[in-house]
Design a protein around this ligand. Structure first.
Ligand code: GTP
Ligand code: MG
Length: 452
């Protein structure tokens, strides 16, 4: 067999930070893609995953990363949404991670979700670096495409340099206010004790070599000390998406964060009703540097080890839920594994009331985000579920007492044909959008209009 029994697990690097500070763009720069440009409303609304091989990292980092120095296969990057409604996805992304990058717009500085991200990392004890991003927007900046930060510094006027320095010290001060001793990364000796700040630009790739070098150093040390994890145990992961795939039927895009999974094995997956017990028919791996959420070409493999993004084809996945746990049964009693999946699902629950609106969303994470956004807008929820809008949802919405609650808010899902017909008959109004804050705003505008 070509799998080493105690191989180092690929480290998981979560990318966290305030909305629009450049998380997806930084990943785009590292993997050579343009995911950020294709996003609805220009915001990330799901967790994503990309395996970046050591080779790509050392190519980008130039002399700052010598592949001979590392026995890691690469890094698995998890992209997270910065929009404030997605607190649960950030928290889950943070909890999955071995290490993290907190992205801060160097001009905007610390913002509410920056602080939230740092709180999550503090709670989970996850070591992190700060990417002080968008340095190219410093007035008078003289860009040095792809250069390490020292080289870029030398090419700047003293005025531009001091403006950047001022912003960087502001960030270092904010980190200190939040309980972390921090400094510019080249002054940091121990990255687990002190937070290194790396100036960067996703636009010009300046400082990206430095960021990668710091990440590699941090993960090598961290994995050596704490993470000699046996990647041969039964696999554990999270469903990112449930998707139709030509020739395979319904498939799951999964982040495998622990152990391994093999073709033919029995797995348990969180479903809309009961956990689904099924057998893996095929394992499909995205190409290196591809964001699994947008990848179209997959390679069929016999086995996948953590941490990886993988597409799983199996029968009976129609009711699987994005955001739900996936477990390989292997040599354990299946009932035990079912109970484990149920326990985990019970922790992810949206609070509902006797009176309110009906909410449908594409994943558990976006459902939670909808619930957060509606809670803020003081809109009660009668029922909240993952899945397309079905006739049953229309029937439930029509039972609301107040006229303004006879609505369905549908985020990123389809409306089944027979449900469309029911809407008019039942006098239920449908709001449907693929941008979460717009959906809530449209509904609020409707209520305002109604009460005028
Ligand atoms: P969410 O996922 O919604 O939280 O946002 P994000 O942090 O992923 O930000 P994203 O990468 O989508 O970037 C937001 C905007 O900032 C886009 O218009 C990017 O082009 C721009 N941007 C990102 N990084 C840089 C940078 O280093 N320099 C400049 N000038 N613009 C940047
Ligand atoms: Mg993003």
């Amino acid at each position: 067999s070509d799998t080493t029994p105690t191989a180092l697990r690929t480290p998981i690097v979560a990318v966290l930070g305030h909305v629009d500070h450049g998380k997806t763009s930084l990943l785009d720069t590292i993997r050579g893609s343009a995911v950020s440009e294709g996003e609805a409303g220009a915001i990330t609304q799901h967790i994503g995953a990309t395996a970046v091989p050591l080779e790509t990292i050392s190519d980008m980092a130039g002399s700052l990363v010598d592949p001979e120095d590392f026995d890691l296969p690469g890094l698995l990057f998890i992209d997270t949404p910065g929009h404030h409604s997605f607190s649960t996805l950030r928290s889950r992304g943070g909890a999955l991670a071995d290490i993290a990058i907190v992205v801060v717009d160097v001009n905007d500085g610390f913002q509410p979700q920056t602080v939230e991200a740092i709180e999550i990392l503090k709670r989970t004890g996850t070591p992190f670096v700060v990417a002080a991003n968008k340095i190219d927007t410093t007035p008078g900046w003289n860009p040095q495409e792809g250069a390490p930060i020292q080289q870029t510094y030398e090419a700047q006027s003293s005025r531009a340099r001091s403006m950047l320095d001022e912003n960087l010290y502001e960030i270092i001060g904010d980190l200190s206010d939040n309980g972390f001793s921090a400094d510019l990364y080249w002054r940091v000796q121990n990255f687990q004790k002190n937070v290194g700040v790396v100036p960067s630009s996703a636009m010009t790739s300046e400082g990206i070599p430095d960021l990668l070098a710091v990440l590699m150093g941090l993960s090598q040390r961290y994995m050596k000390e704490e993470m000699q994890i046996d990647v041969t145990g039964p696999g554990a992961g999270t469903v990112l998406e449930v998707k139709e795939e030509r020739g395979f039927g319904t498939t799951l895009d999964v982040v495998l964060y622990d152990g391994s999974i093999k073709e033919g094995e029995t797995i348990v997956v969180g479903g809309k009703n009961d956990p689904i017990v099924t057998e893996v028919r095929a394992l499909l791996r995205p190409r290196p540097n591809a964001e699994i959420r947008t990848e179209k070409r997959f390679e069929r493999v016999d086995e996948v080890t953590a941490a990886s993004g993988v597409k799983i084809a199996a029968p009976d996945l129609e009711d699987a839920m994005a955001g739900a746990p996936v477990r390989v049964v292997r040599d354990r009693p299946v009932d035990e594994v079912i109970a484990e999946v149920k326990r985990e699902l019970a922790e992810i629950e949206v609070e509902t009331a006797e009176e309110g609106v009906v909410v449908k969303a594409d994943t558990l994470g976006s459902l939670e985000a909808m619930a957060n956004a509606l809670d803020e807008a003081e809109v009660p929820i009668l029922r909240a579920e993952v899945g397309d809008v079905a006739p049953r949802d229309v029937a439930v919405a029509s039972t609301a007492n107040e006229e303004k609650h006879k609505v369905i808010l549908a985020f990123n899902v389809s409306v089944l044909k027979n449900a469309q017909e029911e809407l008019d008959k039942a006098g239920v109004k449908l709001f449907d959008d693929d941008v979460i804050y717009q959906l809530v705003e449209e509904y609020e505008a409707y209520v305002d209009e109604m009460q005028r």
